[in-house]
Structures are given as C-alpha cells and as structure tokens.
Design a protein around this ligand. Structure first.
Ligand code: JHZ
Length: 395
C-alpha cells in the first residue's frame, strides 16, 4: 500500500541551472511516499527522465578527488574479487570507474550524451541510451552476457524498476555479479540529509526494500559494504538465482534497518518533522548572520546546495554567489534562488566571512584545502545533520 510521507512545494530541478536570470524556470512539487509492501521510500508523480538526464547534464563526478579515489578503489577491489571478463557500467558519467577496466573490453551505458562522449573518448564502447529492454537486447546480441554489471548512483534514478531489473537478469551471466552503489536510506535518515530528496533521486533504497524488490526478479543481495561517500553509501553485491552464498552482513544490515524503524510509517513520519524543523533552523541562522552584516558565499554548487537553498528559501540576497570547479555549471544561476555559480578561485574566499558548504559530503577534503581561510578567521557552515558553524578551533 502506498502512503504519502512529505511534499515539498514548487521545487525546480536541482541540476536545472539557468544561463541567465531571464530564463523561465519550471517548478514541480516533490512528493515522497512509502510503500508498506516493499518498504521502499520513493517519489511519486515525478517528472519524466528526459527532463532530468539529457545532453546538457551538468554533474561531473570527476570534480571531487574523494569520488575519483573512491571509484578507482572500487574498480580495483571488484577486479580482485571477481573475474570481470565482460564488465558493463550503467550510468558511467565521466568514466572514472569504468576507465580502470580498459584492458577488459568494458561497455558503458550513459543516457547523457555529453558524458557518453567523454567515456567514448577514453576508448570505451559507450551507448548513449537509457538503461532498459532495448539497450539490454542490443548489448546481448552484439557483445553477449556480462559477468559484472556495476551501477553507482543510477539505479536509484531509474523510474521503471520492473524493466530495469528484468533487463539486468537477462544480461547477467549465471555466475555474474551485479553491483549497485547508492546512498543508504538509513544513513540519510540518521544524518537528516533531506537535501538528498530531489527529482533525480527516484528511489531511496534500504537494503531491506531493495532486496524485497530484487527477489521478484530472481536477484538477491548476497554481500554489502558501507562507504562514507555521499553521506553513507551502500555497495550491494547482487546474485542471480542465488549463485553466491548469502553473507551474514546482509542479514545484520536489514536487522539494523528494521530496528531503526524503516518498516514503520510512524517513525518515518516523525523523521520528516525533524527535517522540517531543521529546514527552518537553517533559514533562521543564515538570515540572522546576514542581518548582522556577515558576508556569506557558497562552496560547491551541488544538487544538494540547490535543494537546501530552495527548501529553506535562501536566495542571492543572503548568499552572494557559490564557487564550483565544474566548467558546465560556471557563470550560470541556480534555479529559483538566483545564486550565481562562479568558477572556483581561492581569492574569492577573501570576500567571505562565512562559506556555506553546499558540498557538505566533502567537508574534510574542502576544509583541508581551505585551511588558510580558516586560519584567517573564516568560517564554514554545514547544515547536515543539523546547522553548525566551523572555525579553525572546531574543524
Ligand atoms: P556532489 C550528484 O549530486 C548528482 P551532487 C547525482 N544525482 C547523484 O546521484 C549524486 O551526485 C550522488 C563541486 N566541488 O558530488 C563539484 C567543488 O567545486 O556532492 C560538484 O559540483 N570543489 C548524480 O551534485 C559539487 O561541488 C571541491 O573541492 O549533490 C559536489 O557535488 C569539491 C570537492 C566539489 O553531488
């Protein structure tokens, strides 16, 4: 049974940056619901995938050292564990995972053609298509079954899970392994990371909900690892027809989720109240600082930055601009808040008393890089798990 959890009204697309302030923006309600049969929390009445993932897509995973290292380590560790003679990545973005398989004839699927081109330029056969029935048939016919299918932060973007998992089952060899990485819903709730709710993120998987859904397709999670990236990410190892033996850590992960209350609608509802409260606190803190004359800038124009500013009604009268290293985001404006994205430049930090850390998930990486700013009295603000100000003494 489907139950409503929370609705955020009039939210623009988090990566829908504007070329100029005359551009028309479209806002959509962001509706989050809970399915009491599968225990999956997901969006309903979402916008179409074509509006979200297209040839002007701006998110580039290679802009953060943390992610570059994470995906390299993932690629090496997976190749140590499994043969990986016929790897496939679904949602390859800038290719920072699949490029480490270059000696093994890898294949990539990436619907954003600007990023598909980047992976192609790295010498990897890349199909710029949405994952589903058509592309899985094409891959099977042209290249044969895959013994390792990897997908990070993409399966949680796919709206038609039925077609997605049927296509995986079809392409995966008998002894193949299907590996999904995506933020853990348990960690999202523990960290109050409400800014992970945005239109791109269709499903907020827990180990429990994902396993229930996979079982309908004769797929199941047999191993699991937790990584700190994106606020707490699970790497799920999935087998076809129970080829691999179930590890105890999967059972423990599911038990922890049940104990926390991920099957309990009232617990989830009460967490939504905490989130609403935090959103008001963020708004009040930033407005108070601004009223006292503070200069506030943003650091890292992540999708989460767009979400937190719009959810807490913070705009360019409060945050002067946001710096980001991603060329395709620079000199554009964040939708609705109208905050301008400037190319990263250390000198710009000198204009700020406070730096609002949109990319809170890279707090350590960024604070280490900007230690001089802190030493000179600058402060960072993070909003997850709750609003907090860091200076040189408490970083
Ligand atoms: P970052 C993306 O979310 C989008 P976002 C997507 N929907 C998804 O699923 C998640 O990832 C997992 C910049 N930056 O990685 C780079 C600097 O400028 O938190 C990025 O624009 N300087 C696919 O957008 C942004 O910050 C730096 O030193 O929330 C971070 O975005 C660093 C470290 C980052 O993902």
């Amino acid at each position: 049974m489907h139950k409503k959890l929370i609705k955020f009204k009039n939210i623009p697309l988090s990566n829908g940056l504007l070329f100029n302030l005359n551009n028309k923006i479209k806002n959509y309600d962001l509706k989050v619901g809970y399915n009491s049969d599968t225990h999956l929390v997901s969006l309903y009445d979402n916008v179409s995938p074509e509006k979200l993932f297209h040839n002007d897509y701006v998110y580039d995973s290679s802009q953060s050292d943390t992610m570059v290292n994470h995906f390299k380590e993932a690629a090496l560790s997976i190749q140590k564990k499994y043969k990986c003679l016929s790897p496939l990545e679904i949602g390859s973005n800038s290719g920072i995972f699949i490029e480490h398989f270059s000696k093994k004839n890898p294949i990539a699927v990436e619907p954003c053609s600007n990023f598909a081109k980047i992976t192609t330029d790295k010498g990897i056969i890349t199909y710029d298509e949405y994952w589903g029935d058509a592309i899985s048939n094409k891959i099977l016919n042209s290249h044969g079954e895959r013994d390792m299918i990897y997908s990070a932060n993409t399966i949680s973007h796919i709206q038609n899970l039925d077609e997605c998992f049927k296509s995986i089952y079809k392409c995966l060899s008998k002894d193949g392994v299907f590996i999904i990485e995506c933020p853990s819903f348990l960690e999202l709730l523990k960290g109050n990371a409400f800014d992970q709710f945005y239109h791109e993120h269709q499903s907020y998987f827990s180990c429990l909900s994902l396993n229930i859904i996979l079982k309908k397709y004769n797929l199941s999670i047999f191993d699991i690892e937790l990584y700190p990236v994106h606020g707490g990410t699970y790497r799920y190892y999935i087998t076809k027809d129970n080829y691999y033996k179930l590890e105890e850590n999967v059972v423990s992960a599911i038990n922890e989720e049940i104990k926390y209350g991920l099957c309990n609608y009232d617990v989830l509802k009460s967490k939504m109240e905490v989130i609403k409260n935090n959103i008001s606190k963020i708004k009040n803190t930033l407005i108070n600082l601004k009223e006292k004359g503070a200069k506030i800038i943003g650091y890292g124009a992540s999708a989460k930055f767009t979400q937190v500013t719009n959810m807490s009604e913070i705009d360019n009268t409060i945050i002067d601009f946001v710096m980001d290293t991603t060329p395709s985001k620079q000199n554009k404006y964040l939708p609705k808040s109208n905050i301008k994205v400037l190319p990263y430049n250390k000198e710009l930090l000198k204009k700020a008393d406070y730096c609002f850390l949109g990319a809170w998930n890279y707090k350590d990486e960024i604070m280490n890089k900007e230690i001089d700013f802190l030493k000179k009295g600058g402060k960072f603000i993070t909003h997850i798990p709750t609003i907090k100000i860091y200076d040189i003494n408490n970083r």
